[in-house]
Write a protein that binds this ligand. Sequence first.
Ligand code: FES
Length: 589
Amino acid sequence: MSDELQYAGTLDELKRRGRLVVRGSHRPILLIHDRDRIFALDNRCPHMGFPLEQGSVEDGILTCHWHHARFDLASGCTFDLWADEVPTCPVVVRGGEIWVKPQFGPAEPAAYWRLRLQDGMAHNLGLVIAKAVQGQLAAGIAPLEIVAQAALFGAEHLDGWTSGMTILTALANLIAMLPKPDAYLALFHGARHVARDCDGATTPRKRSALASRPDASTLKRWLRHWSAVRHAEAAMRTLLTAIAADARSPAIADLLFAAETDRVFADGGHSLDFINKAFECLDLIGWQHAGVLLPCIVGPLVAARGAEESTEWRQPADLIALCNQAASELSAQLGLGGARGPWSRHAELAEALLSADAQGVVAAVISAARDGASGDDLGRSLSYAAALRVARFGGANEHGDWESAHHVFTYCNAVHQGLKRIGNDPERAGEWVALLRGILHGAAAIYLIRYLNVPPARLPGECGDRLDDLPAGADEIRAALLEAFDRQHQVEAAARLVARHLAMGHAPELIISTLAHALLREDAGFHAYQMLEAGARQFHEWADVRARRHILIAVTRYLAAHSPTERSWLQTATIAERLARGDQLYENV
Ligand code: FES
């Protein structure tokens, strides 16, 4: 941008030709003479960059001839919101000469692009959202500040937590490890998914806390009751009262997870994961927003259907009765207080959780607790066992079965993260944590999907598969991995490359960020984002290289099974990026 005036031509020439294009310092500038006025605009259509000089002007309205977006010539504002506004710049005439000031950017870019993000989300306009994210990053706004804007927009416009809010949070959790271009894509995808959910959604009504401050155990009892009888308004007021009384993360987590796990593996695990993601979102944007954000999860919590209502959990073995009985035993082991551990048989317990004997699975959990395993330990083993179900997903399954494996894994990860959160609360040391029932529910869910590993897929890098046929260098492996994601049916090839990368001792962060890049260029579904984020989190829970490899193989196989897609959103993000950079997207067309 420049404060200097730039010569653009003579008034006579412009009048004669009607329009002129001059090369500005950052972008081509279109000068238009219309009804004795002169206008200067960015010559690249804000929609996709088509040269506006080829458009038509009528009655003060400029029409682009590509997708026929229309713009007010005087201000650059669009009549077709999907196309965005055309940037304009000042123009002066001196002694028959036209001079432009090639300064297109807003005076206060941070504030301007913040408003544009709100506009883009309000109208669910992907291109505007992409430009606003791009503009804010260029203005030096921290990525998590953009996450906060998108999350609070969602909380203001949604009457319940949604998949978009989960995607936003999952990607925000990964942002610190992403290179800048991928951080941009992560923010764009997160914000656009929230905007999509808000489009046409019912705006939430204002609710307030009770005027009294009942103690924590009363509030917990009330919330569980309101959830059980599906009274959303009552549950909402109870939750707001709990937040007003004690907005600490562990206290609120204990309250909500207790109500959540009163139902077993509710909504295929999604409603518990939603609660966990709402907490993680607050960790990122600040717990001062708890009163705004957390009410979103009441709807899914109250409406969720528990597995106790489904036949598969009752027949042929009554898994609900088994879990209930085991919960009493687990309570006796873990509700007694005092220090736990040390306990280090995580991998052994995970293998035991993969047994085809439901009683044995539950007994293994109880036995580990008796031996000193904490809730965190149990959660880690549980998540690893669920990851192994995904890693060993057999080729004979239907494609839709991937989602069954995915649901169990993300549920187990959410239980694990919830237990870590509550376990850190010194005020609850020794108390029975109702969320521990999630360990049993997760274990039963892992048992139920055992058919997905019949026969089990071979794990790359094991049983004589030395991977020697694959490239050795980190860059070559990563390039080959991205190439594999360009084609369908590359589940095994992609998993072998990831195993190779780890076997060669290359930095695991490199391969995780490559998986993230592969995901971010796709029009990925909700589950793919969940899978990557839960996998990355569980990967970092382990020092053991074997477990780490298995977890990343699980993530890779799932992502490869869902790639490639059309990549249409990558196209939108790229256009926004190129327009911001000043590129000429189309010349001489
Ligand atoms: S309307 Fe101008 S490029 Fe699409």
